[in-house]
Design a protein around this ligand. Sequence first.
Ligand SMILES: Nc1ncnc2c1ncn2[C@@H]1O[C@H](COP(=O)(O)OP(=O)(O)OP(=O)(O)O)[C@@H](O)[C@H]1O
Length: 287
Amino acid sequence: MDISFKAVSHTYQPNSPFEYRALKDLSFNIQSGQFVAIVGHTGSGKSTLIQHLNGLLKPTSGEVMIGGYRLKAGEKTANIKGLREKVGVVFQYPEHQLFEETIEKDIAFGPKNFGATEEEIQTRLPKVLEAVNLDAKLLDRSPFDLSGGQMRRVAIAGVLAMEPEVLVLDEPTAGLDPKGQQEVMDMFYRLHHEKGLTTILVTHSMEDALKYADHVIILEQGKKHLEGQPEEIFVQKERLKQVQLDVPEEIQFLMDLKTRLGISITYDKHSVDDLVREIKAQIGGGR
Ligand SMILES: Nc1ncnc2c1ncn2[C@@H]1O[C@H](COP(=O)(O)OP(=O)(O)OP(=O)(O)O)[C@@H](O)[C@H]1O
């Protein structure tokens, strides 16, 4: 689904002493099928932004379009349930929201709520278990018997079981060890391509944004600071520094190669082997 924000502002608790303008005149477009990273410091408005994607929040002014669904102040969104079915949100620490007595019931909760039949649920279950790499033998167990990493997979399976078209991920790897982080991100990346999803990832990791996203939006105090393709955005060291963000390690490495050794390699999601080959070619290092 195409998504657009048109001059969106969001003010919390308006006309009260606690009034806070968390989004300020924000405009951008996301095309169906894109993998977008939203990056920004604590308090820059990332969570506020993503809550507009499934109608948990509405703009105070401006307009959000998600496919054919419109969110606008003073206007009732037609069929908001349909929107929530199509936009799956994996909130931070989603395992905290598990509550059913078995894993099967927890995964089935969302689809059931949206009217999926028992038969449909039984067809979806093996697929989502496979996607998150969970053993079907666990279905009758309590989610609370599992490890933290497995509990998160159950929670993610519950979102996938809704068969969303748009997947919104709010820091999905927070609190996982490095191996778990990579597994979870690789899983989302695979799903994104296999299912032709539109994916919106909120992250603090410049490396993840570089590795997985094809479009990046950097927020600062509720405003758009930078937007574009990762390889355009992440070379802008000074602009990133203004908002206390660093150039991702891989890009910094390529920049250092250029300034220190005169080796010029354009960023292109290299594997280590590709990189070694290119460096060798430039320094005349033979095979
Ligand atoms: N319910 C609320 N009432 C008042 N202010 C709020 C509310 N929720 C968030 N804010 C404020 O809005 C600003 C943006 O918050 P938001 O959670 O969107 O930022 P964020 O970029 O997601 O931060 P983090 O990385 O810490 O999750 C913050 O200054 C926050 O204090």
